[in-house]
Design a binder for this molecule. Sequence first.
Ligand code: BG6
Length: 474
Amino acid sequence: MKRMPSTRDVCNFPPGFLWGSATAATQVEGAAREDGRGPSQWDAFCANHPERVFERATPEVACDHYHRWAEDVALIAAMGHTAYRFSICWSRVFPSGSPPEEPRGLAFYDRLVDALLARGVEPIVTLYHWDLPLGLAEKGGWESARTRAMFAVFAAVVARRLGDRVRWWTTLNEPGWSTMNGYLTAQHPPLKSDPKLALQVATNMMAAHAMATHALRAAATQAPRVGIAANLSPCRPATDSPEDRAAAVRADNVLNRWLLESALFGRFPVDVSRCLEASNLSPTLPDADLAALATAPVDWLGVNYYYPNRVSGDAPESKFHIANTGSRDEESHLSVKGQFRMVKSKSAAATDWGWEIDPAGLTELLVRVQTLRPGLPQIVTENGVALLDEPGSEDGARVRFLDSHLRAVHNAIRAGADVRGYIMWATMDNFSWVNGYRKRYGFLHVDRATLARTRKASSHWFERVARANALEGE
Ligand code: BG6
């Protein structure tokens, strides 16, 4: 048996391994009303329900990346990045969600892509990172077939403009997490709580993913590699009891397998379908959408990993809450009556927001994907840790987090997974959705008063790793 590397070993990564970090439009751009940008569902949510966001934060200014992009690209290159993942704001391109196009929108991303390439940084473009244009959200959003048709139109327009230079594409960011919170936990827009509808919307989004995949393949001139960024979390039974083990299977079916396997194979897993039918939760799709999905298995998979789930079968009620204050006394709740309830380990390390830290979970997921579709290229498209850091914080916790998770990636590569890159979340501290600005993930500290960027110690550590294409031993 091969010995797994310890922290004492040097870990060399494959030649050409991509080293980078990520952002998303809503979280960093700001300039929410500039150059013809239309409103998104998140602008409306923050304006209409300020009490639901920590300190009533909004993405109106965010990190002002829309104006500071040149400085940001210079910093990205200085940090030794060979890749940068960002998303396109749909309502900058189509202010109402549908044509006509606003030319200043795509011009921004055009400049950004050129600037990245000029510095040797590979762009990884996400088409949709939760910022559904309000014009579409108000007409049924992802519940409506029109939204998925418009998503394909949007994908084609972006691909025609950037597809001569961008090679790595993800259609959707985390359709699982955004649907769960929009339609089950009611913590994100559109604030609904209906398990059947949640599964239907997740299923609709996979049809939209398929349609966008076809649009990208048809319109991009430089052979596009089309993937999806999936939020994956191992679902482990809280105890060895048969109830907890069964609940872990149920959670894995809907939180991981439904979307993952449809992305990998172009069809939904039959056994999960049967379970959903038995519970009267079965989603439906028109034949044309199923046919589009069948011919759109991904060219690569983006894996977003933060924490594993510990699952209990003792779920007497539905209860939902995302802990968003960073106070260790505040509890998160994800409990679906009669199905599963997530519980916290008392002993495992966790962030101040209660997210368990477990690098082995990342190895497990990458190897699982490799087992399902051997040889499929994968990129860790998000992984990172939120801290309450201030400028000059020693940042050792983030370095330890990155070191342990990079070793976990290396373990997966040694076990045969074709992992092509590691994209840390996030390039800079940003608007962390309902967590506002307190939850800091960045390589760059962003001062909320001046918006000045300062490199954290972890960015220097990561730069050394990236330039060496290797983790040093002790
Ligand atoms: C992912 C998202 O779910 O995790 C990011 O793709 C997000 O947009 C990140 O910021 C961390 O989550 P949160 O809620 O702590 O910001």
